[in-house]
Design a protein around this ligand. Structure first.
Ligand SMILES: NC(=O)C1=CN([C@@H]2O[C@H](COP(=O)(O)OP(=O)(O)OC[C@H]3O[C@@H](n4cnc5c(N)ncnc54)[C@H](OP(=O)(O)O)[C@@H]3O)[C@@H](O)[C@H]2O)C=CC1
Ligand SMILES: O=C(O)[C@@H]1CCC=N1
Length: 267
């Protein structure tokens, strides 16, 4: 049985544990959690968790692990890196979902192999778009294990260049927040046009959902946009403003560049 340790079980760690359970994979894995603040009531699937440890020293008492998922804040890793040797062997596979921290830093001169993954919050419902990079010593078997684990939370894409993970983070890692912000803005616009608050929010959320469903059926945003936009009609009046001086594209490009740069700064 594969022995899996989660170092950090906040939003992303818990989502992964829940999905491992929901997809039936947890039955083939012994799951341990190392998180000083993890609360048994935090997660409905605690029965799938073999052990909960407050520190890596405590997790060591259960021996080394085959796979360690690191899902803590990147700022914390520096304090814990030297302790990774306690819970790993040369054969261990470390999967980090932290932005910015590169493979070399993650290995910290230890012998384990490293996959970096950048999921998004869609992990909670199995709809993450996860970008991955395999470090130099990752075997085909290691890559397959990472793919299987990460497919429980959604789609998995591999990039060849580690540096591309900054852009992956800026696009899909942070991406849900952009759509949430747009949904908030759309709801507020509805209110300013006279709709009741609840109705404006319901319409904005359901519209995001319908746009997402259309995009899943027909993966061409430009064609779908054309389909909605009746010539000289109502949508065109709004899109004209999005397009003027490339407003929306410029804003999105600047915002994602800021995210990309912040990710680079974390290195
Ligand atoms: N949220 C998102 O959408 C995404 C997040 N990520 C990345 O995933 C990582 C985790 O993010 P997220 O789950 O949102 O963050 P959370 O803050 O929800 O979770 C981090 C967890 O680690 C715990 N922790 C703190 N100190 C330690 C320690 N010494 N040992 C073990 N665990 C510890 C935290 O406890 P406490 O909260 O009490 O401090 C918390 O439970 C981050 O690096 C983030 O950048 C990547 C993609 C998407
Ligand atoms: O905001 C963050 O730093 C993390 C990375 C991607 C999503 N959340």
């Amino acid at each position: 049985m594969t022995r899996l340790l989660f170092l950090g079980a906040g939003d992303i760690g818990k989502a992964m544990i829940s999905r491992l359970t929901e997809t039936g994979m947890a039955g083939k894995i012994e799951i341990s959690v190392c998180d000083p603040y993890f609360n048994n009531t935090d997660i409905q699937t605690t029965s799938e968790i073999t052990a909960i440890y407050p520190t890596l020293e405590a997790a060591q008492l259960n021996g080394a692990y085959d796979v360690i998922v690191i899902a803590i804040a990147p700022e914390l890793f520096g304090k814990l890196a030297h302790l990774m040797k306690l819970v790993t062997t040369r054969q261990s596979l470390v999967i980090s979902v932290m932005p910015g921290i590169n493979v070399e830093t993650l290995r910290h001169n230890h012998a384990y192999s490293v996959v970096r993954a950048m999921p998004n919050i869609g992990a909670k419902s199995g709809h993450s778009a996860t970008g991955c990079y395999a470090g130099p010593y990752v075997t085909e078997a290691g890559r397959a294990i990472a793919t299987r684990l990460l497919q429980t939370i959604g789609s998995v894409y591999w990039v060849k260049e580690e540096s591309h993970l900054h852009a992956v983070t800026a696009i899909s890692g942070c991406g849900p927040a952009y759509f949430f912000a747009f949904t908030e803005a759309l709801a507020k616009a509805g209110i300013s046009l006279g709709l009741p608050d609840d109705l404006a929010l319901d319409l904005a959320i359901d519209t995001l959902h319908s746009a997402s469903a259309s995009l899943h059926a027909d993966r061409s945003p430009a064609r779908l946009r054309d389909e909605v936009t009746t010539p000289r009609g109502v949508t065109a009046a709004a899109l004209k403003l999005f397009g003027e001086e490339n407003n929306l594209e410029t804003l999105v490009r600047r915002a994602t560049k800021a995210a990309n740069d912040r990710s680079t700064d974390l290195e």
